[in-house]
Design a protein around this ligand. Sequence first.
Ligand code: ARG
Length: 465
Amino acid sequence: MAEKNKKAWGGRFREPLAKSAEEFSSSVAYDRRLFKQDIVQSIAYARTLVKAQVLSVAESKKIIKALEEIMRGIEWGRLVLKTELEDIHMNIEALLIEKIGETGKKLHAGRSRNDQVVTDVRMYVKYEVTEIVLLIKRLQSVLLDLAEKHIKVIMPGYTHLQRAQPVLLSHHLMAYYEMLQRDKDRFLAAGKEADVMTLGSGALAGTGFDIDREALAKELGFSKISKNSLDAVSDRDFIVSFVSAASLLMTHISRFSEELVIWSTYEFNFVEISDRYSTGSSIMPQKKNPDVAELCRGKTARVFGNLIRLLTLLKGLPLAYNRDLQEDKEPLFDTADTARGVLSIFAEMLATVKFNAEVMTAAARKGFLTATDLAYYLVRRGVPFREAHSIVGKIVAYCEESNMQLEYLSLTQLKQFSPAFTYDVTRVLSAESSIASRDITGGTAASRVREAIKRGRKDLASNKA
Ligand code: ARG
């Protein structure tokens, strides 16, 4: 085989790799995103090789200087990465050898692309986790601002998308704050899972060189080292954890998007999404569509798809490394990009949403939303709950027939349904009193929501995420 066509691994080959196979298996088009991690890793590794007596100090310095130049070269687009060199790791190694010759060929001693690639990906995931956590916090702070601004706005709370009980809009908004709080924890846990340094695992069995794994981990900012080389080179659980954290995050944003879509309909008219985040129709001049919210909902599908891609990728793999694992990167990158993109546009859009407080509150006054409160009133007067439930059911039916709201019933009318009603019943019939009565941790009473907002502000200000 002609020397110039030879791969770095071409020693035992008589024929070159088919062009089609080369194109089919090349990953540099997407794993080029790991170039910084790969170079930072190699720089640390070159230092370790001095301690392991594989490189002299001078050789290590030469390698590090060249790697730094290659980093800038790739960053500024001066260096071309070649498809035929398979992946980012081989490209960087080839550039290094091109630059400094023989010395460059020494760097890969005791290392394999199998432990190299997963170290890069772990560094990448750790970085993405910090970015995403910041974006989640930004969205949470938009929610806190809105909740504070609309602290006393009353709206219908729903179950089965049927009006159920009155709640505060601020309470509804804070529900999403809580979901995001859990999302943040899940991303942080995925980051912790990724925080394990795998170098020193070699191709699969470990390495015979005296690599100081602890020092290497420290230099690369990892807090732990892997404990089994076979597991280390084939473990992608941390990617699944990252993508599954993203899947739940997307689920939450999708639910919220769905609400904004419904709330912005003519039928609901609870919110107006700013023109800046809506689009028109090319045929119907009157239309204003909530496309950004819809796309946030729609992009959830990509992330779920990525999760299934990864789980399916892993399920049949024998130990240890298999080339299938190269397919882990696109779903991972796509998930990170999607989550970041969605978090940032959603926060922007949400901050400009106009809530139609009057419409929301009017809706909470119609539909017998305080029926439960009326039943509880009877319970407090000694009527067993089931019986109270049935009495109020009859009252609701009566109101419906006579096109009346509970609030407007007189005491005389109420007394016809139960002698337990007395003059103070009117107090429990308004949406305001219903809300105020939910004065319990986690309830919708304004004081409780204020407490939740205060707690949220404190959490966001603390560094613990
Ligand atoms: N591009 C490969 C990947 O992403 C790197 C490891 C290749 N190792 C190998 N033995 N072919 O997984």
